[in-house]
Ligand binder design. Structure first.
Ligand SMILES: Cc1cc2nc3c(=O)[nH]c(=O)nc-3n(C[C@H](O)[C@H](O)[C@H](O)COP(=O)(O)O)c2cc1C
Length: 183
């Protein structure tokens, strides 16, 4: 039985609706256990399309959106690697600033500061997000503390807003990086 656990964080960006068949099930086939946490936006989308229930069936553990009560134990086991995918521009900015105002950000902000568990981030953004004046400093801040950022034409060529190329995320390449980072 697999002993390594991937903490998958999904945010409100294109592709999140596909994480079960495209990331979670392939990761399980690669020998990972997967513990999923969604931002509130992604949680709303995935509740509406029925994916939260399916993710829980496939992973065998709760798909987290809300924080636990102080009296409750954490529903997820210790994590060996965090993968934030897809990461919205909003979630990337908040991670860079240490803003932890939802459960997904809370766990990843702690991992970034903890410097023990590797963090891989796939920003699923467009060209306008990248031209936002604070974007480059957010990326530099995250890189400076060792966050693995999967960016550039090799991963996700930037397109202008509302001109989405209908391109799928490079799911297998993303999982290859996760496997490399952990081994
Ligand atoms: C249908 C739809 C698709 C979106 N896709 C993206 C996207 O691909 N990338 C992105 O950065 N924001 C996208 N957004 C905007 C984010 O969902 C929005 O900024 C939200 O506040 C992100 O919240 P979160 O980071 O907490 O999940 C999209 C919004 C909608 C309604």
């Amino acid at each position: 039985m697999s002993t390594r656990t991937l903490g998958l964080i999904g945010s409100g960006a294109g592709g999140v609706e596909k994480i079960r068949p495209s990331l979670i099930e392939p990761a399980i086939r690669r020998g990972w256990q997967v513990a999923v946490t969604l931002t509130p936006t992604a949680g709303t989308w995935m509740e509406a399309n029925g994916e939260i229930e399916r993710i829980q069936e496939v992973t065998g553990r709760p798909c987290r959106v809300a924080p636990r009560l102080p009296s409750e134990p954490s529903p997820h086991p210790p994590i060996d690697c965090y993968l934030v995918c897809p990461a919205s521009s909003n979630t990337v900015a908040k991670l860079a600033l240490g803003l932890a105002d939802n459960q997904a950000l809370t766990t990843v902000c702690e991992a970034i500061g903890g410097q023990v568990v590797p963090v891989v981030v796939f920003p699923r953004i467009n060209a306008a997000h990248a031209r936002q004046p604070a974007w480059n400093s957010h990326i530099e801040a995250l890189r400076s503390v060792g966050v693995h950022l999967l960016m550039g034409d090799e991963y996700w060529p930037l397109h202008e807003p509302r001109s989405a190329p209908g391109k799928d995320l490079p799911w297998e390449k993303i999982l290859d990086v996760v496997d490399t980072v952990v081994s």
